[in-house]
Design a binder for this molecule. Structure first.
Ligand code: 9MR
Length: 673
């Protein structure tokens, strides 16, 4: 965030660095960056907005071969047994979340999404529940179980299997007997879904079952009638999980028909526990294709990683053999998703690149994707300083909006970059964040408190919190991280401004970085337990005697799968244009070693960026990386980086607050993943 906003009508000498000319009508938003074929299941599935997941067993998380595949291939996980009733509530009111926490915390920190499995099931049910003999007791026990488990994982589960396997096998098409069915009758499923919706309105609520993949089966028809009835009566159901435990032949011929018939009822469909006896590549490809051909088929989960991890390991039903090698079924699955198997050489390269970032970068840029949307009460010239997370299938973008009346914040979300230009802009001065000077936001999910944080500058370093990132009205009123500006900043600020606050945490501590437009990067520290309080020990983390070489908009990230942190700082180049320099460090409190840190070898500067048609900007200014996850660790991928930035018409000039900043997306082109 440039300090010139403080100057009001005065002209700053810095403006001389910016080419001055009349304001020019901005270009219109253009399309998304081109998709490339990915070489892992999760990355390829993500290109069509789907997830590719696996069941995970907490007991295997210490196995490095297992976690290496898990983190490379999958972007969704389902706890295989750890969220089941016998584990989570082994005796009445005594909850045990340890094993599930292990899986959920690990996945969340790595940007993997989580399916919740399962809340109400006749199996793996502790004896104290199955021996209940009284309907009222069972009803309150069931509601309490649903509410407690869902509350625990609020904000972290994309889909919950609310009820599992309630229908009988064979030709009846009716519910199976169980303590729930026997005491509460047919209505128990509806009661469970209603309790789940009131516990947490955010996750998708699924009914999950096996042997419902063949359209004409009585069991399939029974479930179909239930979903149709629920939709007709407004019972909250969002999805149906098809477990898909197949025999050697794979899915029935009607599988795609089944998926699309259910989808036509207005629910998503998901393949939730896929495994196929002997793992024929054709059978896997047919299963994946059925999902890819149905728009509402949102994702596929395989029920384990290696054959040795499977509940049916004698049938070798999975995508990786006992040694962790990819089986033919893996390649068939990846290509059915639209990806391409990496060659030996490419795999070797990408393994190398995961170890460290390259020391040279080049990028291709989109056109301007996001432009201001002024309304009757918001006269906005520029949209700037974006922060972004991908969460629950959507990009959530917060940015500064600037105009003649000063600075405030805006929020928008969209599922695909091609939709970014048409997203609704929600002005956050209408929330408790309030009107007045608020700028340069940074958003993340603080997992220890299960809360979203928006950090921004108000003169102090401020923050608001929100339990639901998608609710623009849910933000709390601003609070300050510091009682006043730390002395070391006062002493070094000179003619600069205290700007661009940035929070990042490792497993023990949180750090708050900030800039001063005067050649200093500051760092304060607190513990994960004390956050957001306790920021002290403010030090100069980096400095440059040329203030423009270490100007503002610093970003710090953890590089996924490495022990490396990446620092980006915006500089003003010798041509007066904005660009980014980069450094790395082995720890957040460590010293920073130059990576691509010069004008001739920049991290991102107009001359290492190719633009779609003509350069809509010569400035690569304040922005943020697209992260691998969304929590306080700010983890980014190690390759195929993407950076959302502010740029503007090179011919624009005049009052800094009225400059026509727009948002565009850089995609790394020299990347081997
Ligand atoms: O894979 C799970 C296995 O480790 C357990 O022993 C078993 C116990 O019932 O449950 C397995 O997972 C089941 C899933 O939760 C529901 N659908 C059928 C799965 C395979 O049995």
């Amino acid at each position: 965030m440039n300090p010139l906003k403080h100057l009001g009508p005065r002209r700053a000498s810095l403006l001389a660095l910016l080419a001055a000319a009349a304001l020019v009508t901005p270009g219109t938003a253009t399309g998304a960056p081109e998709a490339v074929k990915a070489s892992t299941l999760g990355a390829q599935a993500a290109q069509s907005g789907r997830y590719f997941g696996t069941a995970v067993a907490a007991g295997r998380l210490g196995d490095g071969a297992y976690t290496a595949i898990l983190d490379r291939e999958f972007n969704s996980v389902t706890p295989e047994n750890e969220m089941k009733w016998d584990t989570t509530e082994p005796s009445r009111g005594q909850f045990n979340f340890g094993p599930a926490d292990q899986i959920v915390n690990r996945a969340t920190a790595r940007g993997q999404r989580v399916r919740g499995h399962t809340l109400v099931w006749h199996s793996q049910l502790p004896g104290w529940v199955s021996s209940i003999r009284d309907a009222d007791t069972l009803r309150s026990v069931m509601n309490n179980h649903i509410t407690s488990v869902m509350n625990r994982y609020k904000g972290r589960i994309h889909s919950w299997d609310v009820v599992n396997e309630a229908f009988a096998d064979g030709g009846s098409g009716q519910h199976r007997p169980s303590v729930f069915q026997n005491l509460l009758g047919d209505g128990f499923i509806e009661q469970a879904f209603r309790a789940a919706r009131s516990a947490d309105p955010a996750p998708k609520l699924c009914y999950n079952d096996y042997n419902i993949e063949n359209w004409s089966d009585a069991k399939t028809q029974g479930v179909y009638r239930m979903v149709r009835d629920f939709k007709a009566r407004g019972v909250p159901i969002d999805c149906v999980g098809f477990q898909s435990h197949f025999g050697t032949g794979g899915p029935p011929a009607s599988f795609q028909t089944t998926l699309s018939n259910f989808a036509a009822l207005g629910v998503d469909v998901q393949i939730t526990e896929l495994d196929i006896a002997q793992a024929s590549p054709t059978a896997y490809a047919n299963t994946v294709r059925a999902c890819m051909n149905v728009a509402r088929c949102k994702g596929i989960t395989v029920w384990g990683i290696r054959d040795s991890d499977s509940w049916r390991s004698g049938e070798n039903p999975l995508l990786f053999d006992r040694g962790g090698n990819k089986k033919p079924a893996y390649n068939a699955t990846l290509s059915a998703l639209g990806g391409t198997a990496a060659t030996q050489k490419a795999t070797a390269l990408s393994t190398r690149s995961a170890a460290a970032l390259p020391s040279r970068f080049s990028w291709s840029s989109s056109g301007p994707l996001i432009a201001p949307k002024p309304d009757a009460t918001h006269n906005i010239a520029g949209i700037k300083d974006p922060t972004v997370v991908h969460y629950n299938g959507k990009y959530h973008v917060f940015a500064s909006v600037a105009g003649s009346s000063g600075y405030n914040l805006v929020y928008l979300n969209f599922s695909d970059w091609s939709q970014a230009g048409s997203a609704t802009h929600h002005y956050l001065d209408r929330s408790a964040i309030g009107a007045g000077y608020r700028a340069a936001p940074q958003v993340f999910y603080y997992a220890p408190q299960r809360l979203w944080y928006l950090v921004y500058q108000t003169g102090n370093a401020s923050y608001s919190t929100n339990p639901d990132i998608s609710n623009p009205n849910g933000w709390s009123a601003p609070r300050n991280f510091y009682s006043s500006m730390p002395d070391i900043i006062k002493q070094n600020l000179g003619s600069g401004y205290w700007v661009d606050m940035w929070v990042i945490c490792d497993s023990a501590d949180c750090y708050l970085f900030s800039s001063d437009d005067n050649g200093h990067l500051y760092r304060s520290q607190t513990t994960v337990g004390q956050f957001p309080g306790g920021f002290t020990n403010t030090v100069i983390a980096a400095q440059d005697s040329n203030r423009y070489a270490l100007f503002e908009a610093s970003n710090v990230y953890k590089v996924q799968g490495t022990n490396q942190y990446l620092l980006l700082v915006e500089a003003i180049g010798s041509n007066g244009r904005r660009y980014f320099r980069s450094w790395t460090s082995g720890s957040l409190a460590g010293s920073w070693t130059p990576l691509a840190a010069s004008e001739s070898n920049p991290f991102a500067r107009a001359d290492n960026v190719t633009f779609p048609s003509g350069s809509w900007t010569r400035d690569i200014s304040h922005g943020e990386m697209i992260r691998a996850g969304y929590d306080q660790t700010l983890t980014i991928p190690s390759c195929r980086l993407q950076y959302l930035y502010q740029g503007m018409n090179p011919n624009a000039g005049g009052d800094y607050n009225l400059l026509p900043w727009r948002l565009g997306l850089l995609t790394q082109t020299t990347s081997s993943c």
